[in-house]
Design a protein around this ligand. Structure first.
Ligand code: ATP
Ligand code: MG
Length: 225
């Protein structure tokens, strides 16, 4: 359901040179497959997920999701494909600060194929343990609670592919374990594929066959400066 081929991304550094960050020759996920990648800070994990989601445009290469080549689409079509197929748990949450917990989930659903469904939004927020915080604003929540809103928002649309960027980074052990169990359970219910990136060994321990991101991502020396 996800295929990545020869994907390159570099950034212009403040000194002016180009720095290669991502070069993934090949990566694939089958429908319903759950995979975790381990990578140290700064290794390009978030950049890789942003490229898959079409939030960032690649320099070259291909990302294909459910048979549609994301990298061949314009920005608005990428936005549409993302809304239809993807659930993205952002490392920095990206919650809308002027909207309540429930509104954040409903607004996220509004872009998706099923539209805003208050019953389902409440159900998923209850499953992440936030039934008692529906009308709070993000700034009135703890950091871990904000992270759980981000999880609920990403799962609410029953996406085909869930991209989880360090989704337990701000949670204590119990909540981290519960949150991961929930993410994996919802993915299984929806036959969604899951790609998680993390440097949290406790989170990674829940996955079989964890791959080192550095073995998949090899920006060439010619890319670095
Ligand atoms: N817009 C940008 N311009 C220049 N450099 C960037 C930009 N975005 C990311 N980088 C660089 O790309 C590298 C990888 O960043 P990225 O956020 O993908 O790492 P990461 O593996 O997700 O790290 P962490 O585990 O800390 O979240 C970093 O060295 C960063 O400085
Ligand atoms: Mg990151």
């Amino acid at each position: 359901m996800l295929a990545v081929a020869d994907l390159h991304k570099s950034f212009v550094s403040p000194e002016g040179g180009r720095v290669g960050i991502v070069h993934v020759a090949a990566f694939a996920l089958a429908a319903g497959e759950q995979r975790a990648l381990r990578g140290e800070s700064g290794s390009g994990k978030t950049t890789f997920l942003h490229l898959i989601a079409g939030i960032l445009a690649a320099d070259s290469g291909h990302v294909t999701i459910d048979g549609v080549e994301m990298t061949a689409l314009g920005e608005s079509q990428r936005d549409r494909l993302r809304a239809a197929k993807l659930g993205y748990i952002f490392q920095a949450f990206n919650l809308l600060q002027g909207h309540t917990v429930l509104e954040n989930v409903l607004l996220g659903m509004g872009f998706g194929p099923r539209g805003a469904d208050a019953v389902h939004a409440r159900e998923i927020l209850t499953r992440v343990g936030l039934a008692h915080r529906l009308h709070h604003f993000p700034r009135q929540l703890s950091t871990g609670q904000q992270q759980r809103v981000a999880v609920a928002r990403a799962l609410a649309n029953r996406p085909r592919l869930v991209l989880a960027d360090e989704p337990t980074g701000n949670l204590d052990h119990r909540h981290a374990r519960e949150s991961l169990v929930l993410i994996r359970e919802v993915c299984r219910e929806n036959d969604a594929a899951l790609l998680l990136v993390s440097h949290d060994e406790q989170a990674l321990a829940q996955f079989e066959g964890v791959q080192d991101f550095a073995l998949i991502n090899r920006p060439g020396p010619e890319d670095r400066s």
